[in-house]
Design a protein around this ligand. Structure first.
Ligand SMILES: O=S(=O)(c1cccs1)N(Cc1ccc(F)cc1)Cc1ncn[nH]1
Ligand SMILES: [Mn+2]
Ligand SMILES: [Mn+2]
Ligand SMILES: [Mn+2]
Length: 373
């Protein structure tokens, strides 16, 4: 018989739990004053109804994200390795989406949207363990879990921070409130610089005491939210998390990842450590590849990921071997971008919360909102 509720760990295909094909609506927020009429505007409601396939694909990806992250948050414990934590999340996403991603093209239909980030302490983003990584989670870590789910290229990008010592609570609270302030301010015709200002105002009103030393919470000024397009995790627009003069506006129909980062360090990140995250450029040039392994690898990337980001473990899982020379050749030819880990200063602690929002014609839908965050 078909199960009627999700298992622990999550392995029940989500479409079996929603046979009608109607997935849960995210948090709907009315636009602010100058756009308030949109809620009842008949033409806008018609436009909304036209997008039902898009909305159902997005809501399915979001429900998968919620079910997977809620199990992860309850079951990740100190003593587990970053590899088993990341793979546990990935196994669940593949099961709920019904896309194990081992047949060519399967991951293109749905499943994992980008590598599972498990970012410890001063490492803010883009860290996923490569093969052989022995790192173990400890009770003193502040871990940012950042993973993506997609259905037909509709990407849900959402992240949360876990810690096991209450002394970090103010840091996590500062960032959770910063992200919520950014979500509240976001909307059609809203300027990016204004969003950055309210995020910074909110986040930097906090301080955190760690082992006897008090730190003001700083926004990481060179990290940003971003727009999301079908198959494209970053469409070109950035959402700053500090005040600035960016007058670029958000537009109707756009999708944004609203993500903020707080730090007890410099409030600034740089590239460091071994790279795990890569993605083929949307505008990749077609160049003759002299390195044979590079062209073979490019075929594997095109067939299994397209322009979705991937990590070395996903190549291992597809049976690829000795691909580093080829991968680096694709990077140097401008075909693939490398996204190395982004780190603040050693000894500092960083936190992140992230949601994906849809600027629908009638309302702002915080598609990845759950009762967890
Ligand atoms: O830092 S970003 O490159 C960026 C921020 C603003 C403009 S581009 N990045 C996009 C991305 C890059 C590679 C990935 F594998 C996944 C996502 C933000 C992000 N990383 C994780 N979640 N969200
Ligand atoms: Mn499939
Ligand atoms: Mn993310
Ligand atoms: Mn993001």
């Amino acid at each position: 018989a078909i199960p009627t509720k999700q298992s622990s760990p999550p392995r029940v295909l989500l479409s079996n739990l929603f046979p009608s094909g109607e997935y849960p609506v995210g948090e709907e927020v009315e636009y602010r004053d100058e756009n308030l009429s949109r809620t009842t505007d008949e033409e806008k409601r018609h436009l909304d109804r036209m997008n039902n396939d898009f909305l159902q694909e997005y809501r399915q990806a979001a429900e998968i994200h919620r079910q997977v992250r809620q199990y992860a948050a309850q079951n990740i414990k100190p003593g587990q390795s970053l590899t088993e934590i990341a793979e546990g999340i990935e196994d669940s996403v593949r099961a709920l989406s019904g896309h194990p991603g081992l047949e060519e093209g399967d991951n293109i239909k749905g499943g994992i949207a980008f590598p599972t980030g498990v970012n410890l302490d001063h490492i803010a983003a883009h860290y996923s363990p490569n093969a052989g990584n022995k790192t173990i989670l400890t009770k003193d870590n502040v871990m940012k879990v950042d993973f993506g789910v997609h259905i037909n290229g509709r990407i849900v990008d959402s992240a949360f921070t876990m810690s096991f010592d209450p002394m970090y609570d103010n840091l996590l609270e500062a960032v959770r409130e910063g992200t919520n302030a950014g979500i509240k301010e976001a909307g059609i015709d809203v300027r990016m610089g204004d969003i950055g200002a309210v995020i910074q105002e909110t986040m930097e009103s906090y301080e955190v005491e760690i082992r006897g030393e008090t730190f003001p919470v700083k926004c990481i000024r060179n990290l940003n939210g971003h727009d999301i397009r079908q198959w494209q995790i970053h469409g070109g627009k950035s959402v700053p998390i500090v005040k600035g003069t960016d007058n670029t506006k958000m537009e109707e129909g756009e999708v944004f990842a609203i993500e903020t980062f707080g730090s007890t360090g410099n409030g600034y990140v740089r590239d460091d450590l071994e790279c795990s995250h890569y993605a083929k450029r949307v505008d990749a040039p077609v160049v003759p590849l002299r390195v044979t392994s590079a062209s073979k690898l490019l075929n594997v990337i095109n067939k299994n990921f397209g322009t979705l980001p991937f990590c070395r473990r996903y190549l291992d899982r597809l049976g690829q071997e000795k691909y580093l020379l080829g991968l680096n050749n694709l990077v140097s030819n401008g075909i693939v971008d490398a996204y190395p880990p982004l780190v603040d200063k050693k000894g500092s602690y960083t936190a992140q919360f992230e949601h994906t929002i849809l600027l629908r014609p009638t309302v702002k839908e915080v598609i990845s909102r759950g009762d967890d965050y």
